[in-house]
Design a protein. Structure first.
Length: 314
């Protein structure tokens, strides 16, 4: 049996990348808000390479995810219908609502972050933009709060989406949305760090220190969530226990889990973060390497859950 082609397989790799990109976007926005409001505070946040990276990564990844979703539809040219006609009993439809509202607040918040640059460019060209930006700035706290809620909802939604597949005990696990939310935050942090150092951000700057302070306990909680996820399957018994055994066995997806996710994606970043915390100075290679391992781990986790979760039916 091929690890990518087997009986009962309904969703394949495009959905895994859609889930990954949506999670990265929500996670990147979450950390961009934290950096602007708690680390940089009154300083010009738009000058930070890490905030710039997050504000670039978030829209690019969410639009890439939507593009993959549209392309994977049976009738791609009819994609507009899922954005106009909603069914609140459908997890997919609720997800589209969250995505659409999230994108509105995401672009509003990014516009407010780069308001000095936008106002300066539009002052002589489009003076009405200055009035609009001034109006939006008065609601910045509300926009920021709603954006954080929507970003977290987007991360959790990726787990709820998989749980909508009927008949797969591994995907019906209630821990799945929590696990996907945690991994979405990890991927958002990693993407912001990697993009930030590539944009010449200081690898030993305050932004990196703040993200790493959150990332270390986040990785630990993610490990606990994975343990709880599979423990729940084993204790449930029946086909749920069989699903856990099939996923964690010595086959292709078992190797992906133990080596790709647990070792490369979680243990290596945790060890490198602890090492950087203990040393006097963070360097480009350490920050970029840690972030890359984290992103690889999250990509593999999405594929692992998607494919291994469909190998066993109830």
């Amino acid at each position: 049996m091929s690890p990518f082609h087997f009986e009962h397989l309904i969703w394949h790799w495009p959905i895994a990348f859609y889930l990954f990109f949506a999670g990265v976007s929500g996670g990147a926005m979450f950390f961009a808000v934290l950096l602007k409001n708690f680390t940089l505070r009154g300083e010009a946040a738009y000058k930070s390479g890490f905030v710039q990276a997050a504000c670039l990564v978030a829209p690019v990844t969410v639009m890439a995810g939507l593009g993959i979703l549209v392309t994977d539809l049976t009738k791609p040219l009819h994609f507009w219908k899922i954005m106009v006609f909603y069914n609140l009993t459908s997890v997919m439809s609720v997800g589209v609502i969250i995505l659409c509202i999230y994108m509105v607040f995401m672009f509003l918040w990014i516009a407010l972050v780069f308001r000095p640059v936008i106002d300066d460019w539009c002052r002589s060209r489009f003076p009405w933009v200055l009035k609009l930006s001034a109006f939006l700035s008065r609601s910045e706290a509300t926009i920021t709060g709603l954006l954080v809620i929507l970003a977290l909802a987007l991360g959790a939604y990726t787990g709820f989406l998989l749980s909508a597949l009927p008949g797969y005990p591994m995907l019906k696990n209630p821990v799945l949305p929590i696990l996907f939310l945690l991994s979405a935050l990890s991927s958002g942090a990693a993407a912001s760090l990697l993009g930030g150092v590539l944009l010449k951000g200081n690898p030993d700057g305050r932004e990196v220190h703040m993200i790493h302070k959150i990332e270390i306990p986040l990785i630990m909680v993610e490990m606990v969530a994975i343990f709880t996820f599979f423990l729940g399957l084993v204790l449930t018994g029946g086909q749920a226990k069989v699903a856990a055994a099939n996923a964690l066995g010595f086959g292709f997806w078992g190797v992906v889990f133990w080596v790709g996710i647990l070792l490369v994606g979680l243990s290596v970043p945790l060890a490198m973060n602890l090492f950087m915390t203990a040393t006097a100075k963070r360097r480009f290679a350490y920050v970029a390497g840690t972030a890359t391992c984290s992103l690889i781990g999250v990509i593999l986790l999405r594929h692992f859950i998607l494919y291994a979760g469909q190998m066993t039916i109830a």
